[in-house]
Design a protein around this ligand. Structure first.
Ligand code: PFF
Length: 452
């Protein structure tokens, strides 16, 4: 067995795990799904999902990782001794591959847009259709699309190559504060524009009439994706934690920061979009079409457009790093591979797997399986099948197979004072993990398969 690395400090773990959680999900997806699903009403439902499912499953993942000091496959193997559960860990590693392959394509666009912003391309945007045409011409260009995917992937591999402490932790300690400062600057810019309050009202005025069964399920699915749950990314990061670190406080802080940043991103984006008189219902095109148009007319828009796409790229990078780390940790722990070999071999394999996703926007747009192009298929298969399945299995495994007595002994390591003073906290976690989380996840799963 290789000598396993650990985080240099609990703070380093919190930054890296927060980096994994904060990604395209927070800055690109959360604002528009909140906007489309009733603003504050959706935020309220989402917070419920985070509390009922997100935090309990996050604690379970980190706990499994820290207890076993292994990747998802090794963790299930050690705790269960059963090949079936071990295979479930393998599904996590597979999900890491698949999510990273298409995530990196969108992340590549973010990086490409940094250079679009620097080149001043947005200044020509006079109408929404010009912004749309520009976007379409970029993504239909094979070289642009595949090229940025490869460059983004190169950065991801470099950080993972440098190791847990020297690459991932050090990188997060620089990138996360930069990300936070840029976001605050964008919030300040947005809020000082005339008409910004309309954007805040859009995001924060509760419209309960828009809350339906579907929006609850969207909120729950997003809680999963945004906290990087269900594929062992947080388990892997937890496996580099020391036994004397407090899991309860660390995971609560991660959840708080992830939610706070998503809300700040919503404020920054909608205050600017409304102040500049644009249509907020941009859906997925909000970031790559509406925002560049907003920047083209906003005072200081040139600088803020660069800052925004740097922010998006950094957020995506710290998430992509955690995805690659799941795969690498498996080969390092289970197959005894040196880290650099695992990064190069599986980095390249994932990179290649991402190419058909990148080509789904141009030459392979018409290549379809089950009615979906490669990108949509990879997205659907991982986000709607592998992630909820993984999250469900983790909750069921910890609550029903591993068992409360054993799990709590390990949870208390590093959190004994807090849990001894408040034993109800562990009981509450248990009730959520045993009953509430699996049932809710099961419902999402059926929904995403179109079965309900
Ligand atoms: N949490 C990331 C986001 O919100 O963009 C996405 C993600 C990263 C999902 C890592 C899963 C994962 F393992």
């Amino acid at each position: 067995m290789n000598n396993r690395e650990n985080w240099g400090s609990k703070f380093g773990f919190i930054l890296a795990a927060t980096g994994s959680a904060i990604g395209l999900g927070n800055i690109w997806k959360f604002p528009y799904i909140a906007g489309e699903n009733g603003g504050a009403a959706f935020v309220f439902v989402y917070l419920f999902c985070i509390a009922l499912v997100g935090l309990p499953v996050l604690m379970a993942e980190v706990l499994m990782g820290r207890t076993t000091q292994r990747n998802p496959v090794g963790a299930f193997k050690i705790l269960s001794g059963s090949p079936v559960w071990t295979a479930i860990g393998g599904l996590g590693v597979l999900a890491g591959f698949v999510v990273l392959s298409f995530y990196s394509v969108i992340a590549g666009w973010s990086l490409g847009y940094v250079f679009e912003a620097i080149s001043g391309a947005f200044s020509d945007f006079t109408t929404a259709s010009v912004a749309e045409e520009h976007f379409n011409s970029l993504v239909s260009d094979v070289t642009w699309n595949v090229g940025w995917h490869v460059i983004f992937f190169g950065f991801t591999m470099a950080f993972v190559y440098l190791g847990v402490k020297g690459g991932i932790e050090r990188g997060s300690k620089i990138m996360m504060p930069v990300l936070f400062i840029i976001l605050l600057m964008l919030v300040a810019r947005g809020l000082t524009l005339e008409g910004a309050e309309k954007g805040i009202a859009f995001l924060l005025n509760p419209d309960w009439s828009k809350i339906s069964g579907e929006s609850v399920l969207i909120a729950l699915g997003h809680a999963f994706f945004t906290l990087s749950l269900g594929m062992g990314a947080m388990m892997t990061y937890g496996s580099y934690l020391n036994k004397d670190d407090n899991i309860l406080s660390a995971t609560s802080l991660i959840v708080f920061l992830d939610t706070f940043i998503a809300l700040l991103a919503g404020v920054a984006i909608f205050s600017s979009v409304f102040a500049m008189g644009q249509d907020p219902a941009g859906g997925p095109g909000l970031i790559f079409q509406t925002l560049p148009l907003v920047f083209s007319t906003m005072p200081g828009g040139f600088i803020f457009s660069i800052l925004f796409f740097v922010l998006l790229s950094l957020a995506a990078l710290t998430s992509a790093i955690s995805l690659l780390e799941v795969v690498v940790a498996y080969f390092v722990d289970e197959k005894n591979w040196p880290r650099h070999k695992a990064v190069i071999v599986f980095g390249l394999v994932t990179l290649l797997l991402g190419i058909p996703s990148a080509l789904s926007f141009n030459v392979m747009a018409e290549v379809k399986l089950f009615g979906k192009n490669f990108f949509d298929l990879a997205d659907f298969f991982s986000s709607n099948i592998l992630l909820p399945l993984g999250g469900f299995c983790i909750a069921v495994f910890v609550a029903w197979v591993w068992g409360f007595d054993k799990a709590v002994i390990h949870l208390k390591e590093g959190s004994a004072g807090l849990l001894d003073r408040n034993p109800w906290l562990a009981d509450l976690w248990w009730v959520f993990l045993k009953f509430i989380s699996p049932v809710l996840i099961f419902i999402v799963f059926l929904y995403s398969l179109g079965l309900i």
